[in-house]
Design a protein around this ligand. Structure first.
Ligand code: S3P
Length: 428
């Protein structure tokens, strides 16, 4: 349990880059493994979660060589995956477990997916149900929780309406659909990140997107080089550190700005923030830009409905920013936050209260009354990377010193976070 101390900052500024997108990196490794030929990946995320995916794929017989942020995946096609010698360890990574379950559902062998303490408490019925309907046999603890024992086999395509908007569940079904007989259709209640659909198309699969419906038929993927843009969700912490400070400016270069990920920017603008997209371009089907943030005084926002899946990972730091905004910010429809790496509603409400903020926990969100002068305190990271990083941003807005426990958990998505943060703080 490593503790990091963050002093309140007078100013935030400069120019930075963030590591490669974690969601896209998982998909680059998995789809690279399922493709035929060598996939060269540049800008691969250094996240421990992505390493979990690489470890599991290697255990399934996939060769992945990696030097810093460049990886080469030797694709074997789904049929080239071999039965693992032991359990597949997914660590803290829900994306690893859920996406690989979709792949393994179509393979004619038994595999067991296990996770750490946090992942072992996360719901899996949401993927067990569609994959079972497609023909896989899956056994889980209490029918819902890891470990998952999967006996894959011949799958048939289904039409599946997702009960919750989840890119992980959507991707699981699409990866199984890639190997099924007939067509598979997924219908979402609201748009979630669409990196899987974009990358499948980029690698030559026929994926049809029609509003909230995605259809896929069995397809062969062909290897193509993949460049991973900077992770918007990592950039969001740095943007938040600057956004509520008039006269401060921060440039974050080469960030993925896929609209299914950038709901946070929409809310920031509604709060009066100034964030400009510069140098917009596209790499392998993903939009990328430089983000210039100029600090402003912020006002409260109401957040709920369709936008929530587009900013789900940014909500912990949005709660922090709401403490600096004039008025009452209300976030609703975000019950999913309770089943992430920690219960992020409870975790953030507790930490913000320790800093002196006026917050009320709701069953599906939070109410935050601002603006509020935060005072440095001792906070718990709840062994959750995004809670730790949100607490660090809160510490920058607080007076005095804030101590954050569980700081080492940032490695799950953004290992160099505290170094980058130190680089953008100015003491005036
Ligand atoms: C992810 C999807 C989201 C997100 C997670 C990564 C992905 O989860 O919270 O950090 O890479 O598909 P859900 O799709 O379950 O909401």
């Amino acid at each position: 349990m490593k503790e990091v101390r963050v002093r309140g900052a007078v100013e935030i500024g400069g120019e930075v880059r963030v590591p490669g997108d974690k969601s896209i990196s998982h998909r680059a490794l998995i789809l690279g493994a399922l493709a035929h030929g060598e996939t060269e990946v540049r800008g691969l995320s250094p996240a421990a979660d992505v390493e979990s995916t690489a470890r599991c794929l290697r255990a399934l017989g996939v060769e992945i060589s990696r030097v810093e942020d460049r990886a080469v995946v030797t694709g074997v096609g789904p049929e080239g995956l071999s039965p693992p010698g032991g359990s597949l360890h997914c660590g803290n990574s829900g994306t690893t477990m859920r996406l690989l379950a979709g792949v393994l559902a179509g393979r004619p062998f038994v595999a067991v997916l296990v996770g750490d303490e946090s992942l072992s408490r996360r719901p899996m019925r949401r993927i067990i149900e569609p994959l079972s309907r497609m023909g896989a046999e899956i056994v889980a603890r209490d029918g819902d929780f890891p470990p998952l024992r999967i006996r894959g086999g011949r799958l048939r395509g289904i039409r599946y309406e997702l009960p919750v908007a989840s890119a992980q569940v959507k991707s699981t079904v699409l990866l199984a659909g890639l190997q099924a007989i007939g067509e598979t259709e997924v219908v979402e209640p609201a748009p979630s990140r669409d990196h899987t659909e974009r990358m499948l198309s980029y690698l030559g699969a026929q994926v049809e997107v029609d509003g909230l419906k995605v259809r896929i038929a069995p397809n062969e993927l062909r290897a193509h080089p993949i460049e991973v843009p900077g992770d918007f969700s990592s950039a969001a912490f740095l943007i938040a550190a600057c956004a509520a400070r008039p006269r401060c400016a921060l440039l974050v270069r080469d960030v993925g700005v896929n609209p299914t990920r950038t709901g946070f920017l929409d809310v920031l603008r509604e709060m009066g923030a100034d964030v400009a997209l510069q140098n917009e371009r596209e790499v392998n089907g993903e939009p990328v830009a430089d983000l210039l943030v100029r600090g402003r005084e912020l006002r409260a926002a109401e957040v709920g409905g369709e936008i929530v899946p587009r900013l789900i990972d940014e909500l912990p730091v949005l709660f922090v920013l709401a403490t600096q905004a004039e008025g009452t910010t209300v976030v609703r429809d975000a019950r999913e936050l309770r089943v992430k790496e920690s219960d992020r509603i409870a975790a953030m409400a507790e930490n913000l209260r320790r800093l002196g903020a006026d917050v009320e926990e709701l069953p599906d969100g939070m109410e935050v009354r601002g603006p509020c002068r935060l005072r440095g305190a001792r906070l718990s990271g709840f062994r959750d990377h995004r809670v730790v990083m949100a607490c660090a941003v809160a510490g920058l807005y607080a007076s005095g010193e804030t101590a954050i426990e569980d700081a080492e958990w940032v490695a799950v998505s953004f290992p160099g976070f505290f170094r980058v943060l130190e680089g953008i703080r100015r003491d005036g």
